[in-house]
Ligand binder design. Structure first.
Ligand SMILES: Cc1cc2nc3c(=O)[nH]c(=O)nc-3n(C[C@H](O)[C@H](O)[C@H](O)COP(=O)(O)OP(=O)(O)OC[C@H]3O[C@@H](n4cnc5c(N)ncnc54)[C@H](O)[C@@H]3O)c2cc1C
Length: 354
């Protein structure tokens, strides 16, 4: 969020300093699977659907412009998502799910068991059916973060890695800047984009919903030769083929504070769920595992745009969809800042208030 906001602000001619205690982008943003699952994710959150769909729509252009400005391909592909059900009872809700998406003008196709096999032949023959969201997509988050860091460097953003923000600098109920270990840094606007650590920064308004970490573990497999084409969601896991043999399998959702372990139970749950979906993955090489923290807000909504404190803007609490929402959020925050101190974005304030 910090890098994306810096890019959007620099593009609007704003002088930006990016403060990062370690390596920009190396936390949740590099751990993500990179699913741009606007439709599959809005299954459980219909209120967020239009925002997620709008965010997805920004990606093709963003991928093109980052490629032009940095030479880096961020791996944007409209690979589509197949959501598969593995028991007969679960097929009952599929028709209604498709109807809801179509009523909103979105592409969704009801799949029989045979259709599932045609769209993604690697899915288990035990599937009872599913839904295809052909417009959902993916991106390679590590490539995205590499591109963003190059883009903001070229755009003149000052990057201060190894800098810990201790607290906001609040004077007369206005955010004047931030307090670092040895100095205060003055700014016309401060963007809170500290992910799962956002609520640990001092001086935040008490009314701000807290942001806490929701650990997610990931498993990377290598299949040779690459066989899978589509992202596949099942009842207890998802599989994201990158197209070059890498297959990401995820994930867990655990509330264990900042414990960063990849656990035996976590890997077991992920592999159990994903091999059940795509049995041939049992023969793939287990290439890597990792874990990081999704920033989950107490309101379970992203905290976005102008805050109640003049000078303080929010880009945090994106939980499971921070990669999908990156460009959307960055534009919203940059527009709110450029609109001036008296013009908080009504949309953003709404997100914050709920
Ligand atoms: C396993 C997993 C899978 C995911 N899959 C997807 C997916 O498929 N699609 C999707 O859209 N989203 C996905 N997400 C969610 C997504 O990764 C997050 O929502 C998003 O990356 C959050 O971005 P962020 O910038 O808020 O947080 P982070 O990327 O965590 O960045 C926060 C940064 O703030 C820095 N920081 C913290 N405190 C301070 C301080 N005091 N001073 C200075 N710097 C500080 C940290 O070092 C860090 O670099 C996934 C997340 C996980 C963990």
């Amino acid at each position: 969020m910090g890098c994306a906001c810096a890019e959007a602000l620099a593009a609007r001619g704003v002088a930006v300093t990016l403060l990062e205690r370690a390596i920009p982008g190396a936390e949740a943003s590099s751990a993500a699977a990179g699913i741009l699952g606007a439709q599959v994710e809005s299954h459980d959150a219909p209120a967020l659907r239009s925002m997620l769909v709008e965010a997805r729509g920004l990606y093709a252009g963003w991928a093109r412009s980052l490629h032009e400005s940095t030479g880096i391909d961020i791996g944007y592909r409209k690979s589509g998502i197949v959501r598969v059900v593995l028991d007969e009872t679960s097929t009952l809700g599929l028709k209604e799910e498709v109807r809801v998406h179509r009523a909103a003008g979105l592409a969704a196709v009801l799949l029989s068991a045979a259709d599932v096999g045609r769209i993604e032949p690697e899915v288990t023959p035990e599937a009872f059916g599913g839904v295809h969201f052909p417009d959902d997509a993916q991106v390679d988050p590590r490539a995205l973060l590499r591109a963003l860091v190059v883009a903001i460097s070229r755009a003149g953003v000052t990057q201060r890695s190894g800098t810990i923000v201790r607290s906001l600098w609040i004077e007369q109920d206005t955010c004047r800047g931030v307090v670092l270990d040895q100095e205060r840094l003055e700014a016309d606007a401060v963007v809170l984009a500290a992910g799962s650590w956002s609520s640990l920064i001092g001086g935040l308004p008490a009314s701000l919903p807290s942001v806490t970490p929701a650990r997610g573990q990931m498993v990377l497999l290598e299949e040779r030769p690459p066989r899978m084409r589509s992202i596949v969601f099942g009842p207890s896991g998802y599989v994201v083929p990158r197209g070059d043999g890498r297959v990401l399998c995820g994930s867990t959702l655990e509330h264990v504070g900042f414990r960063r372990e990849v656990t035996a139970g976590g890997v077991n749950t992920i592999l159990d769920g994903t091999i059940r979906l795509v049995p041939r993955l049992a023969a793939a090489e287990l290439s890597a595992t990792w874990a990081s923290f999704r920033p989950q807000s107490a309101s379970d909504r992203p905290l976005l745009g102008a805050s109640p404190v003049p000078g303080l803007f929010l880009a945090t609490g994106h939980h499971r969809n921070g990669i999908l929402l990156a460009k959307y959020s960055a534009n919203l925050v940059a527009d709110a800042i450029c609109a001036g101190p008296c013009s908080p974005s009504p949309h953003a304030y709404g997100s914050f208030g709920r």
